[in-house]
Write a protein that binds this ligand. Structure first.
Ligand SMILES: C[S@@+](CC[C@H](N)C(=O)[O-])C[C@H]1O[C@@H](n2cnc3c(N)ncnc32)[C@H](O)[C@@H]1O
Length: 249
């Protein structure tokens, strides 16, 4: 297992071999990779069918294909200092059994699997391509004994997690408040959840898949503020740390 500082440096250097993993996993030549990453954000936005989409899970399960993977890879490479700060934050809190909900390309899950403080990472993502890609990455990085893959939290068969990581996922869910209630139920009294959200579709509709309904957002904050207590941390990032609070609802 690696020291925490080494994990951060390895991420800053090459995002844990992300580009190599992409060219090995996807049918893409290394000379085409930069263009593939450059186009990723708008390719993903343009693949969204708009208001005609009946079940929003279909978008993440079926429609996105490898587009979400490309979009996330481009973002993690471009914003590596910011992502590194989120890794530093998770190093403060991750221990024992960790749930990474909506784990994407696996940056946070793999970093947690590299940590001595973590016994096992449960990577949950609705998208099969993402699960397969992170499974492939775990193998390449020699981490298969520390991480396993699921399409739902129920499938993990774990009653309580010590840490939860759920970054940039809540705005993708039809009812983010009910996801908070699920997190509350699977946390111990001393568990910590790292959460962020971005309930905004973007100036140019770059994120047509984000929830921005004021009533849904209102309900989300009511649940958050009545069930959880924020733990202050000094990092200048959107991710917040929470422990369970005494419910007043
Ligand atoms: C914007 S990405 C964030 C990925 C990663 N957490 C990160 O910070 O880079 C959102 C992820 O949530 C996943 N997702 C969307 N709906 C989900 C659901 N209902 N259950 C589990 N994962 C879901 C998507 O497949 C995608 O990988």
């Amino acid at each position: 297992m690696k020291k925490h500082a080494t994990i951060i440096n390895d991420f800053i250097n090459d995002a844990f071999d992300l580009k190599i993993h992409l060219t090995k996993f996807l049918p893409i030549k290394s000379e085409d990779l930069e263009q593939f990453l450059e186009n990723a954000k708008m390719e993903l936005a343009n693949s969204h069918p708009g208001d005609g989409l009946i079940d929003c899970e279909d978008f993440y399960k079926e429609i996105v294909g490898d587009k979400h993977l490309a979009d996330l890879a481009a973002w993690h490479i471009k914003s590596k200092d910011y992502i590194a700060s989120t890794l530093e934050l998770q190093q403060r809190y991750s221990k024992n059994l960790v749930l990474d909900f909506g784990g994407g390309i696996g940056t946070h899950a793999l970093a947690n699997a590299m940590s001595d403080s973590v016994e096992h990472v449960f990577f949950v993502d609705i998208n099969q391509t993402n699960r397969d890609f992170v499974g492939f990455r775990a193998k390449q990085l020699g981490l298969t004994n520390k991480i396993s893959f699921y399409k739902s939290i129920k499938e993990t068969n774990i009653d309580k997690f010590d840490s939860i990581v759920c970054l940039d996922v809540l705005e993708h869910l039809p009812d983010p408040s009910s996801q908070l209630n699920i997190f509350y139920e699977i946390m111990k009294e001393d568990s910590v959840a790292l959460l962020n959200w971005y309930f905004y579709r973007g100036e140019k509709n770059e994120y047509p898949f984000h929830i921005d309904d004021p009533l849904i957002i209102n309900n989300f904050f009511l649940t958050l503020q009545s069930k959880f207590i924020e733990i202050f941390h000094p990092m200048l990032i959107t991710t917040r740390a929470y422990k369970k609070g005494k419910s007043i609802r």
